[in-house]
Design a protein around this ligand. Structure first.
Ligand SMILES: Cc1ncc(COP(=O)(O)O)c(C=O)c1O
Length: 365
């Protein structure tokens, strides 16, 4: 009998899904829990986006604009990037999937750094590509290590800047040096899901390389984090139009839904919300670092809206114990960091509640 699925699929370890908050509350008999586990915006969605979505509801009987014309126009003018090089996705996750399905054939090598966002490796494995891991040192990436792993079969290099879960960034001068040493057929993906939280002007930004005709740079951006629209599912990739043309052949015509397009378009003009979001995250990080230091715990400084804390115990146990107190965080066991939790910055009240729960769980009252 023919096998139901290929070995590639059998070997996959699924991305660890979280349960709905309502379900967790029911299971644990708790109320009013807080979620600091998925690096979302604690302030809610961009109010301008919500208004625009309400207005767009009456047109739900129509298919979305398959070309994403207005949103791509807006992105192009706001960031000075080529209209024909912008591809919209059902979250930036879909762009990762599209890149791999478009450019990776079986046995092609894809460099993934570790620890980093788990989805890159998963999607490469699903189609029979070869993920080539490069380990971070002391929670930061040395691009020389990436160069060492490059071969004639390397097609894509995934770099996450800032990196989830470490919050580390890549300096522009290090990137330039690295970029100059790559073969012209390589595609470097700079996943900038958290770039809006970066304050350091020396950090590389992928848009600066969009016109390179090889090696290529694809920048991934999302509305899920700083814009507060994770549930809407909208992100985009910015690349040389030659690459976008290939991806558009693989892309489903209506992959970015009409509410997502309307919401994202409005969110781009919501400067007040972006300002408030950044301030909340930066103040929150400062406060949390200080309090974690007072507890005598080690943590990893971050340029994103989340950071790692070393809890000196099995992180899964801490996760479970925090859950019972109604505080949802992420245990880093799946990332190979068994003594670390990752927490994202919440509102000031949520931050205090997280610290209180952590103190109780670690017996540091
Ligand atoms: C590094 C990184 N890239 C991409 C994504 C996916 O974001 P989206 O909601 O746009 O699919 C995430 C989400 O957590 C992420 O952490």
């Amino acid at each position: 009998m023919k096998e139901l699925v290929s070995e590639n699929i059998k070997r996959l370890v699924p991305y660890p899904p979280g349960k709905p908050i309502e379900e967790l509350e029911r299971e644990y008999g708790i109320k009013g829990s807080i979620k600091l586990a998925s690096n979302e915006n604690p302030l809610g969605p961009s109010p301008r986006a919500v208004e625009a979505i309400k207005k767009a509801l009456g047109k739900l009987h129509r298919y979305p604009d398959g070309s994403g014309y207005y949103l791509r126009q807006k992105l192009s003018s706001k960031f000075g990037i080529p209209f024909d090089g912008i591809v919209l996705g059902n979250g930036s996750n879909e762009i990762i999937d599209l890149l791999i399905r478009t450019f990776i054939a079986e046995k092609d090598e894809v460099i993934v750094t570790e620890p980093s966002f788990l989805v890159y490796r998963l999607m490469v494995q699903a189609i029979g590509g070869e993920p080539i891991p490069v380990s971070l040192k002391n929670f930061a990436l040395d691009l020389n290590d990436v160069i060492e792993k490059c071969s004639r079969s390397t097609k894509i290099i995934f770099l996450n800047n800032p990196n989830n879960p470490t919050g580390s960034t890549i300096r522009k001068r290090d990137f330039e040096d690295f970029f100059g040493r790559l073969s012209s057929s390589t595609i470097v993906v700079l996943d900038e899901a958290y770039i809006e939280f970066v304050r350091d002007g020396d950090v590389v930004r992928g848009f600066d390389y969009v016109n390179s005709e090889g090696p290529f740079v694809v920048t991934l951006r999302t509305f899920s984090k700083a814009y507060g629209l994770a549930g809407l599912r909208i992100g985009y990739g910015v690349m040389h139009p030659l690459l976008a043309d290939y991806i558009n052949r693989v892309r489903q015509p209506f992959n970015a839904n009409s509410l997502a397009q309307a919401g994202a378009l409005a969110a781009l003009d919501d400067d007040a919300f972006m300002h408030k979001t950044r301030k909340t995250v930066w103040n929150g990080l400062k406060f949390l670092y200080l309090e974690i230091e007072k507890m005598g715990l080690e943590y990893v400084r971050s340029d994103a809206n989340f950071f790692l804390i070393k809890v000196n115990r099995n992180a899964k146990d801490i996760y479970e114990a925090m859950l019972k107190k109604g505080v949802i965080i992420r245990a880093m066991n799946a990332y190979g960091l068994t003594n670390y939790i990752r927490v994202n910055v919440g509102t000031p009240e949520e931050n205090k509640r997280f610290l209180q729960a952590l103190r109780e769980v670690l017996d540091m009252k």
